[in-house]
Design a protein around this ligand. Structure first.
Ligand SMILES: Nc1ncnc2c1ncn2[C@@H]1O[C@H](COP(=O)(O)OP(=O)(O)O)[C@@H](O)[C@H]1O
Ligand code: SF4
Ligand SMILES: [Mg+2]
Length: 336
């Protein structure tokens, strides 16, 4: 992320600067992402956290070049592997997608086709991006299934997605995403639909893949808990903007933004033996057709001040590499 480690600044795999995305709907312009900036270094993992509708998915759709109409990037820049992505033609984007960058989704059936065997689909991906024979691609598919610990990969490769359990299907999708050894893996809520045990296994698998490859990972989640094991850095999004960004360690030690504090309050306390229910943050999400003039979190913020209602807070650097967009820091740091 910006400023976290300047010595590695030349090794940025992804850099998003001042990105804005709108959906031009019959009801008006939905300002889904507004001036978002972040970056990811090679071989590292970034968590993007925020409640539903905060702009997490559409930001990465723009990075993958899969933003659907009526969505449009209306400002900013996206650099991946030193390529200015917004200048690419669709045909150039297709060469990169599935090869240098891959995405896994909450629902594996988004990526897996029910009418082809799993092995066939992985082999097709390999064939589409590398010069090889069908026979070698089939071998690669089996290897790829073995890499994500699918038992009996030769037999499994000949089966259809419906013959796989939920967790195994998720592994098959990850295996397909990894078949061309991408530089970047984007995981959009990859464990949300899974039960807790399988969730833990998939997280374990992502951790292992990260350790054994130099692949960068973007892990999107609404659950603060799951980023701690994998990610070096985290950004917290709300209402299409970045509220706070820091290393995961720093964020847990010194959460600064009232929205982050609210998210942490919502985390189940594993050490607690009480049956205390989770506390969601009260209030409604931002109306992105008419986003507020000031801080987007103001209507739900327990620390809201007059200035917050009329003026967007700047992104204060409260420590090297730790930023928070909240007016409170101006008063804390004594700035005027
Ligand atoms: N197809 C669409 N048409 C209109 N608005 C959309 C569409 N897709 C997304 N949006 C808007 O973009 C916002 C962010 O969506 P998304 O990135 O999917 O949120 P999330 O953080 O849950 O991944 C949504 O709240 C919605 O207002
Ligand atoms: S800027 Fe104001 S309303 Fe927004 S999070 Fe900070 S204190 Fe709350
Ligand atoms: Mg989403």
């Amino acid at each position: 992320m910006d400023n976290l480690n300047n010595s590695n600044a030349d090794k940025k795999l992804v850099e998003i600067k001042d990105l804005s995305i709108s959906f031009f709907t019959p009801a008006g312009e939905v300002k889904a992402v507004r001036g978002v900036s972040w970056s990811l270094r090679e071989g590292e993992a970034l968590g993007i956290v925020g409640e539903s509708g905060s702009g997490k998915s559409v930001s990465v759709y723009a990075l993958m070049g899969i933003l659907q109409n009526p969505g449009k990037v209306i400002g900013g820049s996206i650099t991946f592997n030193n390529i200015d992505m917004l200048k690419l033609k669709e045909s150039q984007w297709r060469l990169i997608r599935g090869k240098d960058m891959s995405m896994i989704f909450q629902d594996p059936m988004t990526s897996l086709n029910p009418v082809y065997t799993v092995g066939n689909q992985i082999a097709e991906t390999v064939l589409a991006h590398t010069r090889t024979t069908a026979q070698k691609a089939n071998k690669e598919a089996v290897k790829s299934l073995a890499r994500v610990h699918i038992p009996n990969p030769e037999r499994r490769a000949r089966q259809y997605p419906f013959e796989f359990s939920g967790g195994m299907r998720q592994r098959a999708m990850i295996s397909m995403a990894l078949s061309c050894e991408p530089k970047l893996l984007i995981a959009d809520e990859p464990t949300t639909a899974l039960d807790v045990t399988i969730q833990a296994q998939i997280i374990e698998l992502l951790k292992e893949l990260k350790k054994n490859t130099n692949m960068g990972i973007i892990l999107i989640t609404h659950d603060m808990g799951i980023i701690t094991d994998i990610c070096e850095d985290v950004i917290i999004m709300y209402g299409g903007q970045v509220m706070e960004s820091a290393s995961v360690k720093e964020l847990y030690k010194n959460p600064a933004h009232p929205y982050t504090l609210g998210l942490l309050e919502c985390l189940p306390r594993l050490s607690s033996d009480s049956d205390e229910p989770l506390k969601p943050i009260e209030g409604s999400p931002v109306d992105l057709l008419n986003p507020p003039k000031g801080c987007p979190f103001a209507p739900r913020c327990f620390k809201c001040m007059k200035i917050c209602l009329n003026n967007q807070p700047p992104n204060f650097e409260i420590k090297p590499g730790h930023h928070s967009a909240c007016w409170l820091h101006q008063y804390q740091s004594g700035r005027d």
